[in-house]
Design a binder for this molecule. Structure first.
Ligand SMILES: [Zn+2]
Length: 138
């Protein structure tokens, strides 16, 4: 019984492997076109008025929070050394999304904070110190 139906390219009709929808030549075109389209959509989305407004509002909030902050807002026990030696190492027990949400920072920035590559603004230190390991009692 002959059941092996010949499969052809959707665009030009050349015969293709049973697993493929396009021949090699057309596949290149199709892939390039869909990539270009996706890139265009991405650009449009990130430059939409809504996205611009969101971005500038986030920046304004961050700047306002920084301006409003005073070193005296830090509790006596909390200083750069305490952050570095006591708080930062504990962030390894906290997930990146949790840090990102608590501090209102981006995922990549939260990742760097967690890894100790960046030190968040002092106004964030207290939120960081609020984390407690589920196993440690102190
Ligand atoms: Zn083709």
């Amino acid at each position: 019984m002959y059941r092996n139906r010949r499969k052809v390219c959707w665009i030009c009709g050349a015969s293709v492997k049973p697993s493929d929808n396009y021949c090699v030549v057309c596949a290149v075109t199709v892939t390039r076109e869909s990539l270009t389209k996706a890139a265009q959509y991405g650009r449009i989305a990130s430059h939409s008025p809504e996205a611009e407004v969101r971005r500038s509002e986030t920046q304004r909030r961050h700047h306002a929070a920084k301006r409003a902050w005073r070193p005296s807002d830090l509790p006596d026990w909390l200083n750069e050394q305490v952050y570095r030696e006591k708080i930062q190492p504990r962030l390894a027990e906290v997930t990146v999304p949790a840090i990102s949400t608590a501090l209102g920072v981006s995922g990549p920035y939260a990742t760097d904070i967690r890894a100790g590559k960046r030190r968040p603004h002092p106004r964030h230190w207290k939120s960081c110190s609020g984390y407690r390991s589920s196993t440690a009692a102190s």
